[in-house]
Design a protein around this ligand. Sequence first.
Ligand code: HEM
Length: 281
Amino acid sequence: MLVKYAIVMSIASVVIMFYLHEYHTSTFIQFRSVYAQLCSTVIHLHTVVLKWFNMGSDIDLRGKRKEMLFSKEKLKKHTDGSKGLYLAILGKVYDVGKGEKFYGPSGSYHFFTGRDGSRAFITGDFTESGLTDDVIGLTPQELHSLHEWAQFYRREYKYLGKVIGRYYDTEGQPTPYYHQVRKLINKAKRTKQEESIEKLSYPPCNSEWSQESGSHVWCSKMSGGIERDWIGVPRQLYEPGSQTHRCACVRENEIDGPFKKGNIKEYPDCNPKSTSCWVYS
Ligand code: HEM
């Protein structure tokens, strides 16, 4: 309705200006600054009228649902079917009503409703103190998993707005805490990307263990979930600065090369060209 009003009024303004320009050219030129002024006043008036019409509405001028701001107390009221089932994650509120079997009063995840219990999505601590929105101290991997939960809610449920508090201020603007968490999540995302690139270049080995024979690692054209047209040889791949290693399949033409500079080690007592090694600890 409001959008239609805006379109009709704008078209009407353009038609009037066109008419004046075409049929009263001399008058138009003489008074063009007056017309320009008139035009901007009309546009301004349209905006005021539109905003006035739209006051108190849940829908914005583009016809989209307005973002709501929730105090903690307001959010707390949405824990049952009558007032709706809402939960927040990383400061953003979602309507989880369609997942009533999980979030309804008798659902196994009811405790997430009416609050922001972000940390518990990772720790699994569903006590009152565990259900907190404070996520500082979680590892980069944990923050990455939390970000994936947040994306899950964005995908599956209707977004409603923001909680005023740790992540957003009273105007709905991000707080310094939000930026701090965002930075950590972005860092975790980059690490994850680097890891998956490394996984493509150095796919994890196949492995098996038995009490009688011990541990055995080997490479094949499909290992560690990576399908490829080369097999490779098993090597111990150390993360920079770390004492721990994983078994990686390394292309045969790379084994004598300068790659990874000392981060790749042969398995003791294993033929360097063998595609399979026994691991002796
Ligand atoms: C940190 C621990 C855990 C958290 C935070 C968590 C959280 C959740 C949430 C929020 C849902 C609802 C998802 C939705 O809205 O669709 C869910 C569903 C489910 N969870 Fe968990 N969960 C945890 C651990 C577990 C464990 C250990 C099990 C199994 C032993 C489990 C089994 C399930 C099952 C079966 C569903 C239903 C899946 C479906 O029907 O689509 N969860 N979980």
